[in-house]
Design a binder for this molecule. Structure first.
Ligand code: MCN
Ligand code: SMO
Length: 792
């Protein structure tokens, strides 16, 4: 890898992550490390069936005060997430099942005991009487079904329908080439290292419900818990300590968390619940499951003129709060056009209710699906016009001279050179050598394939975008509080949460950029509603743009205050003194006053230098939003070479190249780490991870033995190259990128495999590409009885 980075500790420097020392030495502090004297353990009894009417839940004899069902907790409201999308249907999710169960794993009863084992024993002694109802397992079937409904009060099983028609008829008629593709992504769990986790207790001293809570969004969760329990927000404090990965799973209020909050509020005792792996896989299989039917209308060079799409999203049983189930279809319809320039677009996206856990945002949100669909279509168009897919992509990508570019969905692409990223990826992969090797053939008989995928990623979007998705709680701005310490150090407090993104380092770099204080003396705290300014939290690759922008501006706000005190101490006029990063304040005669002396005088020795104490001390809290809130668009091209064994169905990734542009880079090492982690997850989506359901709606994977995750031997060495096109709208031109890596791998890998199999006529189109699935597709093509393209 060519090392990318600037010297020093500011923006662009490869500063080593401050947080790594505690993590690498096993000194991280997660929710399960929090121990409150007398805390009781909680276990949930979960529904063994996918769909049924609850007739009775019989508590074990002698379990009074230790087993709770929905009827025991009238004070807790059901989780209701409203939306301003007109077609949106509201689903009330009770903290514990009420009336019906709607998926295998839905919490039905809550048991408490001194140990988890005892609580689980109690759960096992509960007798359930459930009248089974026909389960709705498959989204297309659920879409057609009117008599059996996940939510009886609806007239069908459709959560949300979104449609758009932009000049489709006129432009599609001009096409000479029509290409159809069907693609599908399977249901996945997110599998963060740490699952959901809460320790809740009532702090008598502050008269607050205090929750240690594994969340990405402490302030939002506080609003939710307060609302659902009918408390004032001041009565709730959420502390997100170290969080072992979130990936979207932890941006919402989950029913179990609300149930445990209710226990602590009701009994004024500490309670703890830590989700185990089985609970996570069974009740948390909630991402990625999309189906696409695409028709591309192109000219005979493969220039796309119009796109027709039907997208069906398997939404599971419940909408979530606050992001709602409207987020996924909204992002799908909005982002499908991707980095391409075309003007005719007709799309209908339906999100369908089924008897599975409710859909949740997962790293990349709908963009992994839309990139997969669009990039497989691009490849199809190239085949139809018999051109190199690279050339067809180059002709269709938005060009740099078109920037800023408003696409067919009115998304405003702020800056970038998409074709350059693709060209560089192709070059760095070394296309000629791979083509030659492909031509020559492998000694072991495996087939070589080369695949590409390009995408752009809306990051750090604000009010107007979230409002358009109908959310009940609309994110907008962010804040940072900064405080000089008496010894000349700096404290930064932010309401976002860093759970692997390295923000304790990168926010310190932002502050260093303005004030020049050594990053080792900048202390970043986050994730505690009791000590940090309000923020809607960390998601949507927004934190470095939003909280970083706020941090930079808060530090700027300190500069004139530092100068004022410094000038006073130096005995010169404020207007004549100047601030110098890393030095302090300098008088016209060259005399200097260090930051440390200035802080010392202000805080500890005001007697020495009588200062004019007005509202401007050495601490402040500043809000920030980018000049335009339509988002900063990062983008990348991925290029992959694979070897496919058509006898065993094994795919080996031989080389993986990424050319990415996230605007001005704060820390290239962190960006590379984020990219690698995201790609590992994308490889999981592409090749390994799936929770399959049987006809009864039973998940066929419930342990990590049957839910296969890519490990170090499956994740290849990656070669990452950076481009830096600043955003015109954000502080320093930074764009977000935390999700990006997870977007393109399925598209790039499938295109590579299909390239390898081209001579056989096989085209695969459904994630994950397990050996079994690949062999089946090859077999079907060989037997010639079925269409060569694998049916969706
Ligand atoms: N960064 C940078 N320069 C840029 C852009 C980003 O140096 N131009 C750095 C930032 O300073 C930050 C990191 O990259 O340290 C990610 O920043 P950003 O893109 O703002 O994303 P967020 O911090 O908002 O993180 C959220 C994003 C999302 S939405 C998911 S999902 C995800 C992801 O981050 N979940 C993660 N990355 C994750 N990484 C880990 N380890 N764990 C998760 O749960
Ligand atoms: S799925 Mo990321 O938390 O936006």
């Amino acid at each position: 890898m060519e090392e990318h980075g600037k010297p020093g500790q500011g923006i662009g420097a490869r500063v080593k992550r401050k947080e790594d020392s505690r993590h690498l030495h096993g000194r991280g502090q997660y929710v399960s490390d929090m121990v409150i004297p007398g805390q009781l353990e909680v276990a949930f009894l979960r529904s063994p069936i996918a769909h049924g009417r609850i007739r009775a839940i019989q508590k074990p004899a002698g379990s009074e005060g230790a087993v709770f069902v929905r009827a025991d907790m009238p004070e807790a409201k059901s989780i209701i997430s409203t939306s301003s999308i007109p077609s949106y249907r509201v689903s009330a999710q009770p903290p514990l099942a009420e009336g019906k169960v709607r998926f295998v794993g839905e919490a039905m009863a809550m048991c408490v005991a001194k140990t988890r084992a005892e609580a689980e024993d109690l759960a096992e002694r509960i007798v359930l009487d459930i009248e089974e109802l026909p389960p709705l397992v498959e989204s297309m079937a659920a879409l057609r079904e009117k008599n059996v409904r996940v939510h009886e009060e609806w007239e069908d099983n459709v959560f949300v329908t979104l449609s758009v028609d932009n000049d489709f008829d006129r432009l599609s008629k001009q096409a000479t080439v029509v290409v159809k593709r069907e693609v599908e992504l399977s249901r996945q769990a997110m599998v963060p290292m740490e699952g959901k986790a809460v320790v809740a207790h009532w702090d008598e001293r502050t008269d607050q419900l205090v929750m240690y809570y594994s969340t990405q969004t402490p302030h939002v969760v506080r609003t939710g818990i307060a609302q659902f329990l009918g408390l004032s927000e001041g009565q709730v404090r959420i502390i997100a300590p170290d969080v072992g990965g979130g990936f979207g799973y932890k941006v919402i209020v989950h029913p179990e968390e609300l149930s445990v909050a209710w226990l602590a509020w009701k009994f004024r005792k500490p309670f703890r619940w830590i989700e185990d792996r089985r609970e996570h896989l069974v009740s948390g299989a909630n991402a990625r499951q999309h189906k696409y039917q695409l028709t591309g209308y192109a000219d005979d060079k493969g220039r796309l003129l119009a796109l027709d799409a039907e997208i069906t999203i398997d939404g599971g049983a419940y909408s979530n709060w606050p992001f709602t189930i409207g987020l996924e279809p909204g992002q799908a319809i909005g982002n499908l056009p991707g980095p391409y320039d075309f003007r005719g677009y007709r799309c209908t996206t339906r999100c369908v209710a089924t008897n599975k856990p409710g859909f949740m945002p997962y790293r990349g949100v709908a963009r992994t699906g839309v990139c997969f669909a669009m990039e497989l279509l691009m490849e199809g168009i190239a085949r139809a016009v018999d051109r190199d897919p690279y050339d067809v992509r180059m002709d269709n990508l938005v060009r740099p001279e078109q920037m800023p570019y408003d696409n067919v969905m009115k998304k405003h692409y702020d800056s970038g050179d998409y074709p350059q990223a693709l060209t560089t990826a192709r070059e760095k992969l070394g296309i000629e050598a791979w083509r030659a090797r492909q031509e020559k053939g492998e000694a072991d008989g495996r087939k070589i394939g080369i695949g590409f995928a390009s995408y752009c990623e809306q990051s750090a979007h604000g009010t107007s975008v979230f409002a358009s998705w109908g959310l009940p709680l609309v994110p907008g701005f962010d804040q940072a509080a900064v405080k000089m310490t008496p010894d000349g150090g700096l404290e930064v407090r932010v309401g976002i949460h860093s759970h692997g993104q390295g923000m304790e380092t990168t926010l310190a770099q932002m502050a260093h950029e303005i004030l020049g204080i050594d990053v080792s003396r900048i202390h970043v705290t986050h994730g505690d509603t009791g000590t940090t300014p309000y923020s809607t939290g960390t998601y949507a690759s927004r934190s470095i743009v939003m909280a970083g922008g706020a941090t930079a501006n808060a530090c700027r706000e300190l500069v004139p205050r530092i100068v004022k005190i410094g000038a006073h101490l130096l005995g010169c006029k404020e207007s004549e003194a100047r601030f110098e990063k890393g030095v302090g304040v300098i008088a016209p005669d060259g005399k200097q006053m260090s930051l440390k002396s200035i802080c010392e005088a202000w805080y500890l020795r005001p007697d020495k230098a009588p200062l004019d104490v007005d509202r401007r001390g050495l601490e402040c809290s500043v809000s920030y939003k980018p000049e335009r809130d339509s988002g900063a668009f990062s983008y990348a091209s991925h290029a992959v070479a694979v070897a496919v064994d058509t006898d065993t169905g094994q795919v080996e990734i031989l080389d993986y190249v990424i050319v990415e542009d996230c605007g001005t880079v704060v820390n290239p090492m962190v960006v590379e780490g984020q990219t690698i982690g995201g790609i590992a997850q994308g490889i999981g989506t592409a090749m390994y991870e799936e929770i399959e359901y049987d006809v009864n709606g039973q998940p066929n994977a419930s342990t990590l033995a049957d839910y296969t995750l890519p490990g170090p031997t499956e994740v290849p060495h990656m070669r990452i190259f950076h481009m830096e096109t600043p955003s015109p709208y954000t502080e320093f031109g930074i764009k977000g990128m935390g999700e990006g890596g997870a977007i393109a791998p399925p598209a790039a890998i499938f295109n590579a495999v299909n390239d390898a199999l081209r001579s056989t006529g096989v085209e695969v189109n459904r994630t994950p590409l397990t050996p079994h699935r690949l062999l089946e597709a090859i077999e079907r093509a060989r037997s010639g009885t079925l269409p060569k393209r694998e049916a969706a």
